[in-house]
Design a protein around this ligand. Structure first.
Ligand SMILES: *Cc1c(COP(=O)(O)O)cnc(C)c1O
Length: 396
């Protein structure tokens, strides 16, 4: 199997660096510093200490006894990224990138955010390590996600409302790229998922791979062998690839990427299922677009999945059929949330609930000897209001 990406940042047909000339020096510098840090024991020690003492790693791998019993098939384990500081896996990546920024002598972090989760994770590490921080967010999203806007401000970050385009995540990402071009000397752009120009898809994957490395050790401790299935939701693909990457060479381990089926045809965010190759935010990948290449409007009840692209490496593994891609619609995801809450006392994020919902379909078809790991990418506190409105006030 080839080592990916190649030296120009390609995963087969996908990836690359489709950016303005002015950004190339910054991307090359980042790549060089990252490649040094990856081999540097001081950097690795610093990262490990923060993972342990600040994020709270390793996160548990919890055997889901009552869910296993309820579904009547394979044994189910939950990788508990919901227990990370700030309540989701995103901080695994923002801590890594902030340490790189420190190495490079940058003073200011910028980030794009849709639902605000990556914005909060960036503002958090900026406060921890003493950077100034500006977060770009579409105006539509600042209205929909007011609590996260307040969190970011409380953490000392400045919010930059984006009023171009559809005033959502993709526009925020464009604005952040523009800001970076202008202030590249002292600014580090923290990208929130395995997307964007090379080297971001590579370094975000590496920072999130701690999820899969821990899972591998933990499942062997519990069961004495590797799992049969790994299941994770996909927005840009960072929690999925973080879990999958350390298992890619283990050909007996099946991997399922669950995309947001939203409300069905024409109103979803399932880029691999419904998109085709295009260029978005500096890399070539599956993109939801119309026949003329205009980026399509997306929908998912889970804000973290509501993105019209997917990381280039997932596009590659999808074409190779190393991962299988499925979709789960909004209503089914809400059932998944309720199922995990009722059987295990864990309220997952709506994003993670997509993975739970798909597991509920798959597991009953498997023998009792099979082992399934679901990545619980985050906790559901942030979604209570939108689930309540989705169900109608009295539905619970
Ligand atoms: C942002 C987010 C996602 C989606 O992002 P990926 O890069 O695909 O992991 C999934 N779950 C939670 C809890 C998130 O906050």
């Amino acid at each position: 199997m080839p080592k990916l990406p190649d030296k120009h940042g390609h995963f087969g047909l996908y990836g690359g660096r489709y950016v303005a000339e002015t950004l190339m020096p910054a991307l090359l510098e980042l790549e060089e510093v990252y490649c040094q840090c990856r081999r540097d024991s001081t950097f690795k020690r610093e990262l490990r200490a923060l993972q342990r003492d600040y994020i709270g790693r390793p996160t548990p791998l919890t055997f889901a006894a009552r869910l296993t019993e309820r579904l009547g098939g394979a044994k189910i384990y939950l990788k508990r990224e919901d227990l990370c500081h700030t309540g989701a896996h995103k901080i695994n990546n923002t801590i890594g990138q902030a340490l790189l920024a420190k190495r490079m002598g940058k003073e200011r972090l910028i980030a794009e955010t849709g639902a605000g989760q990556h914005g909060v994770a960036t503002a958090t590490v900026a406060a921890l390590l003493g950077f100034s921080c500006e977060v770009f967010m579409g105006r539509e999203d600042t209205v929909r996600q007011a609590p996260n806007v307040f969190r970011m401000r409380l953490l000392g970050a400045t919010l930059r409302e984006v009023i171009s385009g559809s005033q959502t995540l993709k526009d925020a990402m464009n604005e952040a790229l523009r800001d970076w071009i202008t202030h590249v000397a002292h600014t580090f752009y923290v990208i929130g998922t395995v997307a964007g120009p090379h080297p971001y898809p590579m370094l975000v994957r590496d920072f999130q791979s701690v999820i899969g490395r821990e899972t591998k050790k933990q499942i062997v401790r519990h069961e004495g062998r590797l799992p049969d299935y790994l299941i994770a939701c996909v927005g840009g693909g960072s929690n999925a690839l973080g879990l999958f990457a350390p298992f890619l060479l283990e050909t007996a381990v099946h991997m399922v990427a669950v995309e947001a089926g939203g409300l069905g045809a024409g109103r979803n965010a399932a880029s691999m299922a419904n998109g085709y190759a295009g260029v978005l935010h500096g890399s070539k990948t599956y993109v939801l677009q119309d026949e003329t290449g205009q980026i399509a409007a997306t929908h998912s009840l889970a804000p973290g999945l509501d993105y019209p692209g997917v990381g280039p490496e997932l596009s590659y593994w999808n074409d190779q059929q190393r991962i299988r891609c499925v979709t789960v619609q909004d209503a089914h995801a809400v059932e998944g949330m309720r199922l995990l809450a009722e059987t295990e006392g864990i309220i997952p994020a709506l994003e993670s609930a997509h993975a739970v919902a798909y597991a509920a379909t798959l597991v009953p078809q498997l023998p009792a000897t099979a082992i399934v790991v679901i990545n619980v990418s985050g906790r559901g506190d942030k979604d209570l209001q939108s689930v309540a409105s989705f169900l109608g006030e009295n539905a619970l």
